[in-house]
Design a protein around this ligand. Structure first.
Ligand SMILES: [Zn+2]
Length: 350
């Protein structure tokens, strides 16, 4: 078994728009950081799986898929934030296929952990539309892939958890699994901020009621707040739901240096959060955990965060060269956490 497998989005440079923050340099920086840490040449990079349109249409409507393909042919934007190029459709398919390939490797036991450098990113893409720089919802497609696996490939997953640590609410992933009870979705995000969803009371509906959890954090929540949310909210809910594998929407835009938001996480704490999820997975689901890249727009923060996360996946020591946020952390996260604990009937502890 490999300790780690990667997905790298070959040719992703063709998806770019002058001056846009979601730019190819993001991935180049992450690759350099993985190379300089000595991990890049040691662990295999998987090719994307060839996902059929029939399969993708179980997550995204056929109307949206047609609209997206047409927009890409014309290099038209989907909205004010979300550009496409003629290469973007194939690159979006590759990113989703890479997400599925790495998730499958972990699920089958071919790899202990995985890290997919998915670009274009995915967690804002809903069943009906792309938005927020996202075209296809990579992590949702990877989760749905494991939940619908044919028995000849591997046993079919029954219960998965998605933990979304991106600065922004993973509204697309939430919407896709809103009425389902086979995926437990937990998102931490800055509030108020784009896309505006992710309130405490958004907990799913129908069969999915009680399978979506949100922690909308005030600006300048940092290492202390995130640590408390992990220990007294995310991990207890994982205990309750008992997923067979954890999938992580790993955006590094919650880092204090990020230009798009005001959360105050350090790279060292990102690593600590991933390490706690890894420990949970080791104790409860055969160590199965897979990371998928979402946002993150400061390149120095990105390099540090990807090293922190990879070291956590591998169980290696790592020292944060950037360090904690210079400004004091707000304490108003405490009332949000307490409200979240009340809604979920968890003990009011920090
Ligand atoms: Zn983001």
């Amino acid at each position: 078994m490999e300790n780690l497998v990667f997905f790298y989005p070959q040719g992703h440079e063709a998806h770019s728009s002058l001056g846009h923050p979601e730019r190819p340099e993001r991935i180049t920086a992450l690759r350099q950081a993985l190379q300089s840490a000595g991990w890049w040449d040691v662990y295999p990079r998987l090719d994307p799986l060839d996902l059929t349109e029939e399969f993708i249409a179980q997550i995204h409507s056929r109307l949206y898929l047609e609209h997206l393909q047409l927009a890409c042919r014309r290099a038209a934007s989907l909205d004010a934030d979300t550009y496409t190029t003629p290469a973007s459709w194939q690159l979006a398919l590759n990113a989703a296929g890479g997400a599925a390939a790495t998730a499958l490797a972990v699920w089958q036991g071919a790899a202990r952990r995985s890290l997919a450098l998915t670009r274009p990113p995915g967690h804002h893409a809903t069943s009906q539309r792309g938005m927020g720089f996202c075209l296809l919802n990579n992590i949702a497609l990877a989760a749905h892939f494991l939940l619908t696996l044919s028995a000849e490939i591997a046993k079919t997953a029954k219960r998965l958890a998605i933990v979304d640590l991106d600065l922004h609410h993973g509204n697309g992933t939430q919407e896709i699994f809103w009425r389902r009870n086979d995926v437990f979705f937990i998102s931490t995000h800055q509030s108020p901020l784009y896309p505006g969803s992710g309130g405490l009371n958004e907990i799913g509906e129908g069969d999915g009621r009680g399978y979506t959890a949100n922690v909308p954090l005030p600006p300048f929540t940092g290492d202390q707040g995130f640590g408390a949310v992990m220990e007294t909210f995310i991990l207890p809910l994982l205990d309750r739901f008992a997923p067979q594998m954890i999938l992580v929407s790993f955006g590094f835009d919650s880092h204090w240096r990020d230009p798009l938001g005001n959360l105050s996480l350090s790279a060292g704490k990102y690593g600590e959060l991933i390490r706690r999820l890894v420990e949970w997975a080791d104790a409860n689901c055969e160590g199965k955990i897979a990371l998928f890249l979402e946002g993150g727009y400061d390149l120095e923060a990105g390099k540090a965060c990807i090293q922190a996360a990879t070291a956590a996946l591998l169980g290696e020591e790592w020292r944060d060269p950037i360090g904690p946020a210079p400004q004091a952390e707000t304490q108003s996260w405490r009332s949000v956490l307490r409200a979240a604990q009340r809604i979920w009937d968890l003990p009011a502890v920090e």
